[in-house]
Write a protein that binds this ligand. Structure first.
Ligand SMILES: [Fe+2]
Length: 155
């Protein structure tokens, strides 16, 4: 087996989390009655699924395999998104409106502190981070729209 890169755990955590998000966002998209919310969910789900596969591929190229972990987290998310409550409450339960931190630090700021990251992994990671931040903005805008409608319901 090749030498284990110090960032293998990070790649594995991303692959697992993105695969889960792809599954629960797709399930949620199938339940919502709103075209605008479904559009956002499917855009993000497509990104998440692609991230899961790309990170799994990179882990494989490095000579390792994705290891599943904390499988019950998917069950919890699936329970939330398939419940018969409004999209706004599902978003709050999953804290999706909090992913966008604006100019404040976020979880991605730490990722490039490991200077040993190889070129191919760095390129993948950089694109992933930019897409995740864009996703955070998309979800926050969607959340704010839903929230505004609760405060001032459409006539
Ligand atoms: Fe993600």
């Amino acid at each position: 087996m090749p030498d284990k890169p110090s960032y293998l755990g990070l790649l594995n955590a991303i692959a697992v989390a993105e695969g889960r998000a792809h599954r629960y966002l797709t399930a949620w998209a199938a339940t919502t009655s709103r075209d605008d919310v479904r559009g956002v969910l499917l855009t993000v789900a497509a990104r998440e699924g692609e991230h899961a596969m790309s990170f799994a591929r990179r882990i494989n190229e490095l000579g390792f395999e994705v290891r599943e972990r904390d499988a019950d987290e998917l069950d919890r998310a699936m329970e939330i998104v398939t419940a018969s409550c409004p999209d706004l409450e599902k978003m709050q339960a999953l804290k999706l409106q909090r992913l966008d931190t604006g100019d404040r630090p976020d979880i991605f700021d730490e990722m490039f502190k490991d200077h040993s990251i190889d070129i191919a992994t760095g390129a993948l990671l950089g694109r992933y981070i930019a897409e995740e931040r864009d996703t955070g903005r998309l979800l926050r805008r969607c959340y704010e729209q839903l929230e505004a409608e609760v405060v001032a319901p459409a006539q």
